[in-house]
Ligand binder design. Structure first.
Ligand SMILES: [Zn+2]
Ligand SMILES: [Zn+2]
Ligand SMILES: [Zn+2]
Length: 153
């Protein structure tokens, strides 16, 4: 955790930003909840728990800054809520999401898996791919197992 904070600090410095205590509190919440896809309000409530003096506007500005620096990605799963997702360190492209239409769970696939598709797009559309967003909608393994159990009864 500390080494990741250190690297984020350096990243900010290299773009002439400081890791102020408010920004650090926000980064810590994102790291502690890495598996989750938190909205600005979610992040704010968690930050406020530890640092009650921080306002929503500050948290919001920090999230925008982190997005601009590509430390986090802003995503939307179609519910109109912007969520903030830490980018995997060293990953060239953004990870994929599996959104369950039954329970709403969001799982992540960190492997890119798209090398073949990317090669076709670059070749046939003469398009240089910089990044992508891929969200699968379906039924997660937990819900799938539950249905199987119920039909077995
Ligand atoms: Zn994610
Ligand atoms: Zn890719
Ligand atoms: Zn599910």
């Amino acid at each position: 955790m500390e080494s990741r904070i250190d690297r984020i600090k350096k990243h900010l410095h290299s773009s002439s930003y400081k890791l102020t205590p408010q920004r650090e509190a926000t980064v810590r919440v994102l790291l502690e909840n890495e598996e989750d896809h938190l909205s600005a309000e979610d992040v704010y409530l968690l930050v406020k728990d530890k640092s009650p003096e921080i306002g929503l506007a500050t948290v919001y500005r920090t999230l925008e800054l982190l997005t601009e620096l590509k430390i986090v990605d802003k995503i939307n799963f179609g519910d109109g809520v912007s969520r903030y997702d830490l980018r995997q360190e060293g990953a060239a492209h953004f990870h994929h999401h599996l959104v369950c239409i039954e329970c709403g769970a969001v799982d992540e696939i960190q492997d890119d898996l798209l090398e073949d598709v990317e090669a076709i797009v670059e070749r046939d559309w003469n398009f240089i791919i910089k990044d992508h967003r891929l969200t699968f909608h379906g039924i997660c393994h937990r819900c799938h197992d539950k249905t199987k159990e119920e039909t077995a009864k």
